[in-house]
Design a protein around this ligand. Structure first.
Ligand SMILES: [Zn+2]
Length: 81
């Protein structure tokens, strides 16, 4: 059995979490000005930092492409506030 992950204080006070992905573009859940469809994950992170979010995790996710033949390596960022 795996031990419970120790999040320490990183989740302290977090009431809302969002995920950014390098292959999925979603409009900001707090305003209508960004991040843009052409913005990368870094620009998305910068946008949400401006709304008071902080970075909880940045990592990689592997997905099958829709054709089922290729693997996509996607960068994801989890932010919370
Ligand atoms: Zn916004």
């Amino acid at each position: 059995m795996n031990p419970q992950p120790d999040f320490g204080d990183i989740m302290q006070g977090i009431r809302e979490v969002i995920q950014l992905s390098s292959n999925i573009r979603k409009p900001c859940s707090h305003c209508s000005t960004g991040p843009g469809l052409d913005d990368d994950v870094g620009e998305g992170i910068n946008h949400y930092l401006g709304h008071g979010f902080r970075i909880l995790h940045v990592g990689q996710e592997t997905q099958w492409a829709p054709d089922g033949k290729q693997l996509w390596h996607v960068t994801v960022a989890i932010l919370g506030k």
